[in-house]
Design a protein around this ligand. Structure first.
Ligand SMILES: Nc1ncnc2c1ncn2[C@@H]1O[C@H](COP(=O)(O)OP(=O)(O)O)[C@@H](O)[C@H]1O
Ligand SMILES: O=C(O)C1=C[C@@H](OP(=O)(O)O)[C@@H](O)[C@H](O)C1
Ligand SMILES: [Mg+2]
Length: 187
């Protein structure tokens, strides 16, 4: 399976709690790729948690570091990259993401909320109405997430392994589509 993507990076996008980090680890193993998480690279480089970066530099400061990290990451090959949920917000990030195959884990708000209700590590959810916040973020971001090469709808009860299997099974269809598009552009 390691030749499936021929070294092209796999980028996982989607909302907080979608399972990008969890499913990304499994996909990396299956693809024979190295796993990286942009949030982890950011916290290691800054020596601060995501919440501390938001508190000291604001969301704009965090987004700048996130773009810098993504720019560095995309220079490498054979990576499975779990991104932060807001990576889709900056136009420049798309030029980096499009170096690879982009997979959107599309998870309904009630499921995201069930997973993150007790979580204190996502500063954007430290809100009086976290469920409403998730809903409005998803609404704003859906047109952006929709630009992924592949959308994987996730339902309650599906395990990370099952979701990873769905991604692996769907990859050949999108690779075929890209080859077809190149063919039609050449005509
Ligand atoms: N398929 C799944 N079923 C149940 N819980 C999950 C699943 N995928 C992820 N989780 C849990 O949801 C939370 C958020 O997952 P995470 O991988 O950190 O998401 P993301 O990186 O997209 O924010 C974690 O507690 C994780 O264990
Ligand atoms: O959706 C967002 O804007 C964010 C998602 C988080 O990552 P996860 O998607 O891995 O939770 C993290 O980057 C930060 O808290 C902002
Ligand atoms: Mg994550």
């Amino acid at each position: 399976m390691s030749s499936l993507l021929q070294g092209v990076n796999l980028y996982l996008i989607g909302m907080m709690g979608a399972g990008k980090t969890t499913v990304g680890h499994i996909l990396a193993k299956q693809l024979g790729y190295v796993f990286v998480d942009t949030d982890d690279i950011i916290t290691q480089a800054a020596k601060k948690s995501i919440s501390e970066i938001f508190a000291t530099e604001g969301e704009a400061g965090f987004r700048q570091i996130e773009s810098d990290v993504l720019g560095q990451v995309c220079a490498h090959t054979k990576l499975t990259v779990a991104t932060g949920g807001g990576i889709v917000l900056r136009r420049e990030n798309w030029s980096y993401l499009h170096h690879g195959l982009i997979v959107w884990l599309d998870v309904p708000v009630d499921l995201l909320y069930a997973r993150l209700a007790e979580d204190t590590t996502r500063p954007l959810l430290q809100d009086a109405d976290p469920q409403g916040k998730l809903r409005s973020l998803l609404e704003q971001r859906t047109p952006l997430y929709s630009q992924a090469d592949l959308r994987i709808p996730v339902n309650a009860g599906e395990t990370p392994e099952q979701i990873a299997d769905q991604v692996m099974q769907a990859i050949p269809s999108v690779l075929k589509k890209q080859v077809g598009e190149q063919g039609s552009r050449g005509r």
